[in-house]
Design a protein around this ligand. Structure first.
Ligand code: FES
Length: 76
């Protein structure tokens, strides 16, 4: 699927760039031109970066930062 119509960049190409170290929309813009023309693809590119961070363990490490509380019933 083409994500950046202005530069003809596909989701596969963006995923490969993320895998090779692109960590921001600006990085994708510098290497692929994503988001550097009309900007319509910036949100999708940001979503792909966030998704990659989650599948790479970023979300689980955030969740692990917050303790899970157990609710205890209060006697009436
Ligand atoms: S669609 Fe990517 S800059 Fe226009």
């Amino acid at each position: 699927m083409i994500v950046c119509v202005c530069h003809g960049v596909s989701d596969r190409t963006i995923k490969a760039a993320i895998k090779n170290g692109a960590a921001s929309v600006e990085d994708l813009g510098a290497s692929l031109g994503v988001g550097t023309c009309c900007g319509c693809c910036r949100e999708t590119a940001a979503d792909m970066l966030a998704e990659a961070a989650c599948t790479g363990g970023g979300c689980s490490s955030i969740l692990n930062a917050f303790p899970v509380f157990t609710l205890t019933p209060v006697a009436a």
